[in-house]
Design a protein around this ligand. Structure first.
Ligand SMILES: Cc1cc2nc3c(=O)[nH]c(=O)nc-3n(C[C@H](O)[C@H](O)[C@H](O)COP(=O)(O)OP(=O)(O)OC[C@H]3O[C@@H](n4cnc5c(N)ncnc54)[C@H](O)[C@@H]3O)c2cc1C
Length: 298
């Protein structure tokens, strides 16, 4: 049994019990997390992971919850949210950000400082840690293009510093970071005209507005892009645009997104994911691979 009082004593109002996933994920759906803690310092995050290890309690780290679906049965143990670890430092040809910094704050501040390489990823609504974990990207740029090194701690609590060349990664994956809790990421960037970068950033943000259903809760693209094609095109071709199960719906605006159209459960969203996969497989023979991460029991 988890000793909640100890965590409450240490973290006060930054420790919440039975917190609905709607409050810490962008799908705004799913069950309750047993304990949610928001550490304010790296030391607190390390302490929390150590405490969980000693107590035999599951420990999960999340940034903005913008790429996950939490089961209706909830999350056991401790979920750490990194949002308060949000420092960003921009230097001469480089930038360094703590794991909980909003990715878009990094994209904006580097563009404004005349450092190119992240501007096309503007508007990704996750954290720096989440972006590195997924090798998030958009419009031809991805996190690892400019990533130089990652500071993290491993399952035993030991701090490690990894250089890009030592981290196995690819399209929307970074296996080399599996099992690590990311503390900060350093980027090497290309000096460029700030006005041009800021303009590029505006164009990308406008394209997102036009193409994506930003007026409804979602977790972005449900599936990875299959080689040589687009998941959204295949889903559209399978006649699934607008298909609804409970409160979950394949977006009419962008068939690659499932939106919470109102009161969706995680089971609704999951059932729709399964239906889409099956229909695309039947129609075009392509097996779509999930980009989003399922947390808890499905
Ligand atoms: C409207 C919308 C648009 C989107 N557009 C894009 C897009 O263009 N491109 C794209 O790639 N994605 C996109 N996404 C998906 C999502 O924003 C990205 O994958 C983002 O990088 C996830 O970051 P996060 O902090 O929300 O991660 P979370 O959802 O909190 O976590 C995702 C995974 O990362 C792990 N993680 C998080 N922080 C850490 C850490 N500090 N250390 C170790 N592991 C960690 C978690 O354990 C989990 O496994 C979009 C989402 C939405 C809602």
């Amino acid at each position: 049994m988890l000793d909640r009082s100890h965590l409450k004593q240490k973290f006060g109002e930054r420790c919440l019990f039975d917190e609905p996933a709607a409050n810490f994920t962008t799908y705004k759906a799913g069950g309750r997390a047993e304990v949610v803690v928001s550490p304010s310092t790296t030391e607190e995050l390390l302490w929390l992971a150590g405490w969980c290890r000693a107590a035999g309690t599951p420990f999960l780290v999340l940034g903005r919850g913008s790429n996950v679906l939490v089961s209706d049965r909830g999350l056991p143990g401790v979920t750490a949210l990194t949002g308060r670890l949000s420092g960003i430092t921009v230097g001469d040809g480089w930038a360094e950000a703590q794991a909980g910094a909003l990715w878009d704050d990094l994209a904006r501040s580097t563009a404004e400082a005349g450092l190119g390489g992240l501007e096309k990823t503007s508007g990704i609504p996750g954290s720096v840690g989440g972006a590195a974990h997924m090798n998030a990207g958009a419009f031809g740029q991805e996190t690892f293009d400019r990533l130089a090194s990652v500071e993290a701690f491993d399952r035993a609590g030991a701090i490690v510093k990894l250089l890009k060349k030592d981290i196995r990664h690819g399209y929307r994956r970074a296996e080399g970071l599996d099992g690590l809790t990311i503390l900060s990421v350093r980027f090497e960037l290309q000096p460029a005209d700030a006005a041009v970068l800021v303009q590029d950033r505006s164009c990308v943000m406008a394209a997102r507005e036009t193409k994506q259903p930003l007026d409804h809760p979602s977790a972005g693209s449900v599936f990875k892009r299959p080689p040589g094609d687009f998941a959204s095109r295949l889903i559209d071709a399978a006649g699934l645009k607008g298909r609804r199960i409970g409160g979950a719906q394949v977006s009419e605006k962008h068939a690659g997104f499932i939106i919470n159209a109102g009161g969706a459960t995680a089971a609704d969203i999951y059932a729709l994911m399964q239906e889409v996969r099956a229909a695309v497989k039947e129609k075009s023979g392509v097996s779509l691979e999930l980009e989003q991460i399922l947390l808890g029991e499905f």
